[in-house]
Design a protein around this ligand. Structure first.
Ligand SMILES: [Ca+2]
Ligand SMILES: [Ca+2]
Ligand SMILES: [Ca+2]
Length: 145
């Protein structure tokens, strides 16, 4: 998924590199502690997130590197803690879209601007597409439902 891939120039036999990590394990072994910390932050904001929710949010908010889009060596890219947590906050309470603690007209305007610009975080049911269903979720949150 998301890893800090280390290119193996020497092609050592598996198990000899880094003492305990082979070529396959290197990427996720380096990245896992970072991701675990970010997942803890995300669950701190919203403990109800499922594994799939967390995985999706990490992928969508990752900073793409290397070959454009998802790729074999860097997965979804570099994990982005700030953006991942921001998405979780928006998902938990869409009505306060700018996260300033107040729900006001500005938030509705900002949501609709982001939605119009196909901003990934406006997908509020985490189904990977922006539809009017997401706008409805926002409006329900805005109406305090
Ligand atoms: Ca890439
Ligand atoms: Ca606000
Ligand atoms: Ca959606």
């Amino acid at each position: 998924m998301i890893s800090t891939f280390v290119f193996d120039e020497t092609h050592d036999p598996p198990g000899t590199e880094y003492g305990f990590m082979d070529e396959i394990a290197a990427g996720s072994s380096w990245a896992s502690p970072q991701v675990a910390g970010i997942v803890a932050l995300m669950l701190g904001v919203n403990p109800a997130l499922t594994f799939e929710d967390v995985k999706y949010i990490l992928e969508v908010t990752a900073t793409d590197i290397g070959v454009p889009g998802y790729d074999q060596w860097t997965g979804a890219g570099l994990v982005n803690a700030r953006k991942a947590v921001e998405y979780v906050m928006k998902y938990a309470l869409p009505a306060d879209w700018n996260g300033d603690g107040n729900i006001e007209t500005l938030d509705a305007a900002l949501y609709l601007i982001d939605y119009t610009n196909a901003h990934a975080m406006t997908d509020l049911n985490l189904d990977a597409v922006q539809t009017t269903d997401d706008v409805t979720i926002f409006l329900n949150s805005y109406a305090g439902e």
